[in-house]
Design a protein around this ligand. Structure first.
Ligand code: NAD
Length: 356
């Protein structure tokens, strides 16, 4: 076994069905008196109901969270927060609501409780991404790590099949990049393979019946594991591309992950054969990992070309240039022409290219 370093992150997790009703106890456990509830505008009613359920522990609702955490939305929320007497942030929703909580925590050091309703995994990571002027940047800070995460499987039963599948691919992307991460270790690899296997097992069941409680439970558990992978080790080309495209073209985050994943895995396949074997084993497939992911995406109806997700054709060159001008670490070195090939294939919705 190779020597390794693993830094465990603090955080309390409640997982189950009906766990939302424990929120009040968790607020008191943190010795907080007034929680500001954060959500997107589409979930304003849910946010208000949650605030009402907190009674005197509520400091109101801010229902203006937006995907990719634009700084102007954070500034509006900050003004609302300052006008309240909140000493705790409670975010409920997908990565958009949770991202806002983290951006506010970064600026105020307030504690957070997160209640995730998608499989994005942000709730367990010390990572915050923010967008300003068409550029999305990420940073790691312990200040944005929530104190408590409440996973309530019941809240995920309403997530539409396609969003569930795309969000599941977002989670699998965390786990796959963790397998070939420079700082991967046996624990994160164990979490990653479990996460991929359980998510890949659950998604086809959810596609048939979005309310299947067992599959929903499996998927949410897999999302926690996937998020823990993202929290623990460095990511590579796949995440970088998703952030660049998200910032440049305001693309839907989870669907962009789903569209790109087979292609970015193909790019890195030759440089990370052990990770590819682990992915194939987790997916229980005889196919090469990129092909298996491409086919899984097709069968779930989320293999959507990037051109249909809002990316202009000129974006192929623009995004490849941006990624290669400021390259992140990646198992296979980042070179403009192959990155363009990858993006062009994903833009057209073709099968992943077989890179040398
Ligand atoms: P999202 O939060 O915007 O949710 C996607 C869609 O699903 C929205 O329309 C939302 O209203 C809907 N939705 C969410 N939960 C629902 C439910 N239970 N029932 C019905 N509809 C529901 O998108 P996302 O993909 O969850 O998160 C994307 C954001 O999260 C991006 O900004 C991304 O950068 C960020 N993110 C951050 C990290 C991190 O570690 N910092 C990790 C992953 C994602």
């Amino acid at each position: 076994m190779q020597p390794f370093i693993h830094s465990g992150l603090p955080g309390r997790v409640l997982f189950g069905s009906g766990t939302l009703c424990r929120l009040g106890d968790e607020v008191r456990r943190l010795e907080c008196a007034h929680a500001l509830v954060l959500c997107t505008s589409g979930h304003a009613q849910q946010g208000q109901a949650l605030a009402d359920s907190l009674g005197p522990l509520s400091a109101g609702v801010f229902a203006g969270a937006v995907m990719h955490t634009p700084v102007d939305a954070t500034e509006q929320a900050l003004a609302s927060l300052r006008g309240s007497h909140a000493d705790l942030l409670v975010s409920i929703g997908g990565g958009s609501a949770i991202g806002l909580g983290k951006a506010l925590a970064l600026r105020t050091n307030l504690p957070q409780i997160c209640i995730p309703t998608t499989y994005a995994g942000s709730e367990v990571t010390p990572v915050v991404g923010q967008t300003l002027g068409g550029r999305k940047t990420t940073q790691r800070s312990p200040a944005v790590l929530p104190k408590t995460v409440i996973y309530d499987v019941d809240l995920t039963l309403s997530l539409p099949a396609a969003v569930s599948a795309a969000s599941g691919f977002n989670s699998m992307a965390h786990a796959i990049e963790a397998l070939y991460a420079r700082d991967a270790n046996p624990l994160t690899s164990l979490l990653a393979t479990q996460s991929i296997a359980r998510m890949a097992g659950a998604l086809p069941v959810i596609a048939r019946d979005i309310k299947d409680p067992e599959a929903r439970s499996e998927a949410l558990y897999a999302a926690w594991l996937g998020g823990t992978c993202l929290a623990s080790v460095g990511m590579a080309l796949h995440h970088r591309l998703c952030h660049v495209l998200g910032g440049m073209f305001d693309m839907p985050h989870a669907f962009t992950h789903a569209a790109l994943l087979p292609h970015t895995v193909a790019y890195n396949a030759g440089a990370s054969p052990a990770a590819m074997d682990a992915v194939r084993e987790a997916l229980a497939t005889p196919l090469p990992a990129p092909r298996a992911l491409h086919e899984l995406g097709h069968s779930l109806g989320i293999a959507i070309p990037l051109r249909e997700l809002g990316m202009p054709e000129a974006g192929v060159k623009q995004a490849a240039d941006e990624v290669c001008a400021n390259p992140c670490w990646n198992p296979c070195p980042l070179r403009r022409d192959p990155v363009r090939t990858l993006l062009r294939n994903a833009w057209r919705g073709h099968a992943p290219h077989e890179f040398d």
